[in-house]
Design a protein. Structure first.
Length: 372
C-alpha cells in the first residue's frame, strides 16, 4: 500500500504568509493525482511538504498510515522528478540512474539489473554511456524518471516535469507517463499549472487557488460539475465563458441589460427561483455555443466576430456581445469573417450558474459517479 494522506496541512512563512492553508487530500494507493492551479497557488509547496523538502507548519502527513512530519526525506521512500531534471552533468546516464542505489550500498549486480530494466522501460538503453549534455530535453526527462524508477519508491512525485519541453514533446511525454503509471502500478502525485495535462493524465485532480484546495474529483466530474466560478474557468480549454445576467420572472435570464433573453432548462429554473431580480454569472463552455443561421430570437445570442482561429478539426471564434467577450468552438463547416454579426444558441442543459457575490455554483453538486 502507498496511500498518502494530508490532514489539515498548512505552510506558513515569515510574516504570516500562508502558502498552503488547511489542505485535506487523500491519494489512494496506485492513484495518479494531479495538483493543478495558477502560479503561486501552493501546489508545489504542498508537493515539497510531502517530499520532506518543506517543513509542515500545521497538520499531519501520513504515508502508508505512518506519520511523516518529522521523518527525513531520505527515509520516506519517495522519489521526486524535478522541473529542471537535476542530472549530474559530469556523470553518464547510467551513473546518474545508479547514483542513488550506490549511496544506499546496493550490490553491483542489483544496480546493473535495475538500471537496465528502467532504461528498457523508458527506451533509453542506447544512451546509457552518454552525458546529459548530449541528450535532448525529452531524453533528459526520461533519465530523470529512470533515476526515480530504479529506487522502487512507494510514491513518485513530479514537479512540473514537462514545462521545459516543446509542445509536441509534451504531448508525447504525457502519454508516456500515463502508460508508465499503468505499467508500474504505482502511486503518483504530479504538479502542473497546465490544466490540459491534468485532464489527460489524472485519475483525480486537486484544484488549488491562493493556498486553498478548491475542489477534488475526477477530470470529468470537475469539468461537468465545478463547485465554483474559479474551477469552472480553470478546467477546460478554451475556458468557460461567463456573462453577467439577471434572473427575471417566469424562469428567464436576461443578458446585456435586456438586449436578449435565454430560458434555462426546467430543472435549472428550480434553483434559480430565489435569484429573481438579482444578478448572477451565466456560464457556458465554448463547445456548448451552437452556431445558427436563424435570426435572433428566443435562446439565440447575437455576437460580433473579432478573431477567427482555424485549428483544422475545429475553429475558435473570439466574439463580443454589446459589452461582454466570449469564445465559441465550432466545426469548420461555415466561413466566418471578422466583423460579421452571427447568432449562437447555447446548450442550456449544459449551462452553469454562479452566485454573483460568493461565486459558488447555484446548481447542487451531484454524487461522484465515475467522474460523469
Amino acid at each position: 500500500m502507498a496511500k498518502v494522506e494530508l490532514k489539515g496541512i498548512s505552510k506558513v512563512y515569515d510574516g504570516n504568509v500562508r502558502a498552503v492553508d488547511n489542505a485535506n487530500i487523500v491519494v489512494e494507493d496506485k492513484e495518479f493525482v494531479v495538483f493543478v492551479g495558477p502560479s503561486g497557488c501552493g501546489k508545489s509547496t504542498t508537493l515539497r511538504m510531502v517530499a520532506g523538502l518543506e517543513d509542515i507548519t500545521e497538520g499531519e502527513l501520513y504515508i502508508d498510515g505512518e506519520l511523516m512530519n518529522d521523518v527525513p526525506p531520505k527515509d520516506r521512500n519517495i522519489a521526486m522528478v524535478f522541473q529542471n531534471y537535476a542530472l549530474y552533468p559530469h556523470m553518464t546516464v547510467y551513473e546518474n540512474m545508479a547514483f542513488g542505489l550506490r549511496i544506499k550500498k546496493e550490490k553491483k549486480e542489483e544496480i546493473d539489473r535495475r538500471v537496465h530494466e528502467a532504461a528498457r522501460i523508458l527506451d533509453i538503453e542506447k544512451f546509457l554511456d552518454r552525458k546529459p549534455k548530449a541528450l535532448s530535453g525529452g531524453q533528459r526527462q526520461r533519465v530523470a524518471v529512470g533515476r526515480a524508477i530504479v529506487r522502487k519508491p512507494k510514491v513518485f512525485l513530479f514537479d512540473e516535469p514537462l514545462s521545459n519541453l516543446d509542445a509536441k514533446l509534451r504531448v508525447q511525454m504525457r502519454a508516456e507517463l500515463s502508460d508508465l503509471h499503468i505499467r508500474l502500478n504505482a502511486t503518483m502525485i504530479y504538479v502542473t499549472h497546465d490544466q490540459v495535462e491534468a485532464m489527460t493524465m489524472a485519475n483525480k485532480i486537486v484544484v488549488m487557488k491562493d493556498g486553498k484546495v478548491q475542489q477534488i474529483g475526477s477530470p470529468l466530474y470537475l469539468y461537468n460539475h465545478p463547485v465554483n466560478k474559479f474551477v469552472a474557468g480553470f478546467i477546460g480549454s478554451p475556458p468557460m465563458n461567463f456573462l453577467t445576467a439577471r434572473v427575471v420572472e417566469k424562469g428567464g435570464i436576461v443578458l446585456e441589460e435586456g438586449t436578449f433573453e435565454v430560458k434555462p432548462s426546467a430543472e435549472h429554473q428550480e434553483y434559480l427561483k430565489k435569484y429573481v431580480g438579482k444578478e448572477i454569472y451565466f456560464g457556458i463552455r465554448p463547445e456548448d455555443l451552437l452556431y445558427t443561421d436563424k435570426p435572433a430570437g428566443d435562446n439565440n445570442i447575437p455576437v460580433k466576430i473579432t478573431v477567427v482561429e482555424p485549428l483544422g478539426a475545429d475553429i475558435h471564434l473570439w466574439l463580443t456581445t454589446n459589452t461582454q467577450p466570449l469564445v465559441a468552438r465550432t466545426e469548420p463547416h461555415h466561413v466566418f469573417k471578422v466583423g460579421e454579426t452571427i447568432n449562437f444558441t447555447p446548450r442550456l442543459e449544459k449551462a452553469r450558474y454562479f452566485d454573483r457575490e460568493t461565486e459558488l455554483s447555484i446548481l447542487p453538486q451531484p454524487p461522484i459517479d465515475n467522474g460523469r
